[in-house]
Design a protein around this ligand. Structure first.
Ligand code: FAD
Length: 418
């Protein structure tokens, strides 16, 4: 008797989410083709330029109660982390209104409840994902520090910290000189710090993704460089239309980050998605850097000691997928870095802009398309895609392969706004 034929699965997108899906599907016995218009780990993907933090505590979204009052100072003050290309505002509004509505206490509690299962075991998930590849060399276990200028400032974030506590996250606090004892490089302006244990980081996100892709290919996975223009479904499977040859498969996973909605809308997904543009500034040869990733809670940027450079990452800019990068955000990050690390000097700097895939309700889209059991979605991971990617990939792979799983996908359904 002949062996049953293994399923042919196409995965669109070779960022951390697509790669996690592809590797887990491969390990469950599928024949997997991963398609991206760029090389895995290249600069267009958010997975290349992020802050590298395995932020398992990041269950609190950006938009929380009171955001409407805080937004003007975030946007208009010289050191505010929010930027807007005003010409984009008319296109942004249909997304912005429900996004702001999702900042209510009840919505934020819902978001935190459903981000927790994707984030809480992130470091272990990354180590498991990297097994059998060279990517494990970039995974670090470490603490993650939130820096405040006073205990009062920490107190003003009590809602978020309460939610984290409710979901099982624990921390120590440091005050005054104890912050400098923890890390002498930090400015004395930080009077208060939260030390989150059992976190982690990826010391070079671009090379990490690239190493995962090499491991996937070495284990028999196919990597195709192509721009997917459309996905057609039929009785016998799916056909992916490209600029060149069609690609056929039994099933497809759409994991194309901030571009996913361009393919997913025709496949039954109605979750409005925007790009929350973010920036990094890398300082090569920096004479100072923190010992672990640190978040400036007021300016909302991360400083991370990366492979060969200090990376400052953050900023939230609305301007869509097409507009070129702006000059303001890297300047802001440099000012923030100098204020964080007194005496900072460096030999060279590099800047980058990327697109966080941001659904209106800050929850990713994970699971099957309503109209077709051949199409699955895995996108919209917003600020936490690096952290949540491997768990998402595990869940999606189990679903696609028809295995039992213990995470309900209801909160992540693509038709949740119907
Ligand atoms: C400045 C910044 C800092 C961040 N810091 C952190 C952090 O510290 N921790 C954290 O957890 N998260 C962080 N994030 C968020 C995280 O980077 C993203 O959520 C995550 O990388 C999204 O991964 P993805 O695979 O969904 O998308 P991407 O990495 O963007 O990958 C999508 C891929 O799809 C491809 N693609 C798209 N459309 C098509 C098509 N039609 N045909 C073929 N290929 C296509 C693209 O080329 C791309 O390679 C940060 C993001 C930014 C911008």
């Amino acid at each position: 008797m002949s062996e049953p034929k293994s399923q042919r699965i196409a995965v669109v997108g070779a960022g951390i989410v697509g790669l996690s899906c592809a590797l887990h599907l491969q390990r469950l016995g599928a024949r997997v083709t991963m398609i991206d218009r760029q090389q895995p780990g290249d600069v267009d993907a958010a997975s290349y330029g992020n802050g590298g933090v395995l932020a398992r505590c990041a269950v609190v979204p950006v938009a929380t109660p009171g955001i409407l009052l805080k937004a003007p100072s975030m946007l208009f003050s010289a050191d505010g982390p929010l930027f807007l290309r005003w010409s984009y505002l008319p296109r942004l509004l249909p997304w912005l209104v429900p996004y702001l509505r999702s900042s209510s206490r009840k919505s934020v509690e819902h978001i935190a409840r459903h981000l927790t299962p994707l984030l809480f075991d992130s470091v272990d998930e990354h180590r498991a994902l990297a097994q059998g590849t060279d990517a494990g060399r970039w995974v670090r276990s470490c603490e993650y520090l939130y820096l405040y200028e006073s205990r009062d400032a920490f107190g003003r974030d009590a809602f978020g910290w309460g939610l984290r506590r409710e979901h099982g996250f624990e921390w120590d606090t440091l005050q005054g000189g104890a912050v400098r004892e923890f890390d002498p490089a930090l400015s004395p302006k930080y009077e208060f710090a939260v030390v989150l244990k059992d976190h982690g980081m990826i010391a070079d996100p671009g090379n990490y993704v690239s190493d995962l892709a090499k491991g996937f290919a070495a284990a028999g996975g196919e990597v195709i460089r192509a721009n997917i223009k459309q996905v057609d479904t039929g009785d016998d499977g799916v056909v992916l239309k490209t600029d060149g040859d069609d690609i056929e498969a039994d099933k497809v996973v759409i994991a194309a980050g901030a571009w996913s909605h361009l393919l997913a809308a025709r496949l039954g997904a109605n979750v409005p998605l925007e790009s929350e543009r973010g920036y990094h500034l890398e300082l090569v040869g920096a004479n100072k850097q923190p010992s672990v990733p640190v978040m400036d809670a007021a300016r909302k940027f991360v400083a991370a000691p990366m492979n060969g450079a200090l990376r400052l990452a953050g900023v939230l800019e609305f301007g869509g997928l097409e507009a070129p990068a702006s000059n303001g955000p890297p300047d802001l990050l440099l000012r923030g870095a100098k204020a964080m690390l007194p005496g900072l000097e460096y030999e060279a700097k590099r800047t980058w802009m990327g697109h966080r895939p941001a659904p209106v309700d800050s929850l990713p889209v994970i699971g099957p398309a309503p109209a077709s059991r051949q199409v699955y979605f895995a996108y919209g991971h917003h600020h936490v895609g690096l952290t949540a990617g491997p768990k998402t990939g595990r869940i999606v792979a189990q679903h696609v392969m028809g295995l039992r799983q213990n995470v309900s996908l209801d909160a992540y359904r693509c038709d949740r706004f119907s």
